[in-house]
Design a protein around this ligand. Structure first.
Ligand code: GDP
Ligand code: CA
Length: 317
């Protein structure tokens, strides 16, 4: 069994490679839910959905999120209500795009949660509906909300920062509201304990892996089995491939490089996989007490993702 600690797009691409080289039923994904948001009364889990759609082969290849062949009729029709919405109301907001096909997922999830099902249960049902072999687990069944302090503006939700502000504003701090109450699910804990190898996917270390690490016991659990925990750097040549991870690292006082990632992960992880472009950083990473594996990590094709998964598993063996 292999357990993968996941954010969204980078993790989804890695899992797609991994499921092509090992039996998907031997893979469990423990997924960030700090980005989850309620819009129009609908419960939306962006990282879970990105992974579900990618593994199903249904992700939109251009956008990298949402479903292929998507239409936007419901969104377009919301604009009718902009003129009548009271100033204080958030009804009918259109800054967060929800495609017509994608809406079906959120309708199903919301209805099942209202019936009393846990997010773990519903996530499993949605994965089964897409015929996935990989087991998808939310990190928690409780509410943990990533909140971002924006310079000159104050605290906003992660989606307001990421989508609403297009992550183009400077951040002074990040916190995980509810982390003191939310617990890692039993299923996620067993997966992280029992797996032969734990992989930390190439995801944003602060706002994708960070929320999972903020749950009580997670860092301790990983530290105790550190020798079989392997991470893949999401930072290549000092930059993120997409998204704000690089700027966020710098703004919050970390180094935006594979070495900065190594410093964050050294306590919980024995091996870091870095890109060829960063080969010269290997000695600095090894001086932090980690093994360093150098390979191609830009998963522009499923074949490269499969090779990266193979190298990652070999590094753990
Ligand atoms: P989300 O997709 O917005 O939820 O964010 P993630 O945390 O999953 O992913 C963002 C990070 O993944 C960025 O720092 C990217 O550089 C990294 N990432 C995305 N694709 C790849 C890839 O193919 N290889 C590597 N090494 N990192 C990637
Ligand atoms: Ca995310």
């Amino acid at each position: 069994m292999i357990s993968v600690i996941c954010g969204g797009v980078g993790a989804a691409r890695f899992l797609r490679g991994l499921q092509s080289i090992v039996d998907p039923h031997d893979i469990t994904a423990v997924i960030n839910t700090g980005d989850d948001v309620v819009m129009h009364g609908l419960s939306i889990s962006p990282d879970i959905d990105t992974i579900t759609y990618t593994l199903a082969g249904a992700i939109d290849p251009q956008r990298g999120w949402g479903l292929v062949d998507e239409t936007w009729t419901a969104m377009a029709n919301l604009s009718r209500f902009a003129a009548v919405r009271p100033a204080a109301s958030r009804a009918g907001e259109t800054w967060f795009n929800l495609g017509d096909r994608d809406l079906a997922t959120h309708l199903y999830r919301t209805a099942r949660l209202a019936e009393g099902a846990s997010l773990t249960q519903v996530t499993g049902e949605i994965a089964a509906a897409w015929n996935l072999g990989v087991r998808l687990l939310p990190m928690t069944d409780e509410r943990l909300e990533t909140r971002v302090e924006v310079v000159g503006e104050g605290e906003i939700s992660f989606q307001e920062y990421f989508v609403g502000r297009r992550h183009s504003v400077a951040v002074s701090s990040v916190r995980f509201a509810g982390a003191d109450v939310a617990v890692l699910t039993g299923a996620a804990r067993r997966s992280l304990l029992d797996a032969a190898v734990v992989v930390i996917a190439p995801s944003n270390p602060l706002v994708s892996i960070g929320p999972i690490r903020s749950l009580a016991g997670v860092d301790e659990l990983l530290t105790a089995r550190r020798s079989s925990v392997v991470a893949i750097s999401p930072i290549i040549n000092g930059a993120a491939l997409k998204g704000p991870a690089d700027r966020m690292l710098t703004e919050l006082g970390y180094e935006s490089s594979a070495v900065g990632v190594a410093r964050l992960y050294a306590p919980i992880c024995s091996t870091l996989v870095i890109d060829q472009l960063d080969a010269h950083l290997a000695p600095a990473i090894e001086s932090l007490g980690m093994r360093c594996i150098v390979t191609d990590t830009i998963m522009s094709t499923p074949e490269i993702a499969a090779d990266l998964a193979r190298s990652t598993l070999a590094a753990a063996a």
